[in-house]
Write a protein that binds this ligand. Sequence first.
Ligand code: SAM
Length: 269
Amino acid sequence: MRTASLDTAAIDRANSAFWDELCGTAFARSLGVTDDSAASLARYDRWYFDFYPYLDRHIRFAELAGKRVLEVGLGYGSVSQRLAESGAVYSGLDVAAGPVAMARHRLALCGRSGDVRQGSILRAPFDDAGFDAVIAIGCYHHTGDIARALRETHRLLVPGGRAVVMVYNAFSYRRWLRAPAATLRHALRPAAAGPAPERERARYDTNSAGEPAPVTEFVSIAELRRLARPFAEFACVRENAAVPLGPRGWWLATLGRIAGLDLYASLRK
Ligand SMILES: C[S@@+](CC[C@H](N)C(=O)[O-])C[C@H]1O[C@@H](n2cnc3c(N)ncnc32)[C@H](O)[C@@H]1O
């Protein structure tokens, strides 16, 4: 992976502007959710946790009760609220103002306290070793420097602390089908693989104007293992499939596990 030369301060600024519109806004609208009342957010969250049923296997909400948990990359705040409601001592970090405001709003709605800050995981505004767990779903592949995001995650954790990190799979079925040349190049020369071009980024995350996220990278399990070298333990599985035919649960249990769109890494410091 070749990301070290990117101007990460400029990427943070671009991400801060792009992600101010909450990711998930299009899905929310398709559900008729256009306001931030408790009932509307609950409708969105039901959809979110039904759509990603494997999240409960990766984020052990009940086990995080009483633990100091930092969530990085907050989006619509479904995971934020669930962590807080599960009894975690909640902190949140997002580079954009919109998700920070949404997470604070959700904490107020459910009567929980928490420390939600605007900032980048590439220079996280928290002290060393202040967290028992870090949860980062769908964030680090947008930062322009996954290695640095993982080093910061390591710094923030107490010894023995755990992180759950979801990033996009370089060798998913979708990449082999839709971007075979880039995927083959990535397989042959992983060190030369840079951020995805606009056409490919647009298949993953877009805002309501149809613009793609400023930066999207794809990683293999082997690369992620190498980037996560500071951690004492590393385990990783594939998840997620978006096939517009037949029952989603079947695709998740088959294609998703073999060549899924996302990698879920479980790390221990
Ligand atoms: C695709 S959304 C995922 C949101 C949420 N975790 C979910 O599952 O829906 C990515 C989130 O990461 C945030 N983000 C992007 N770069 C970041 C950075 N360098 N530091 C912290 N947050 C960042 C974005 O603002 C956005 O809220």
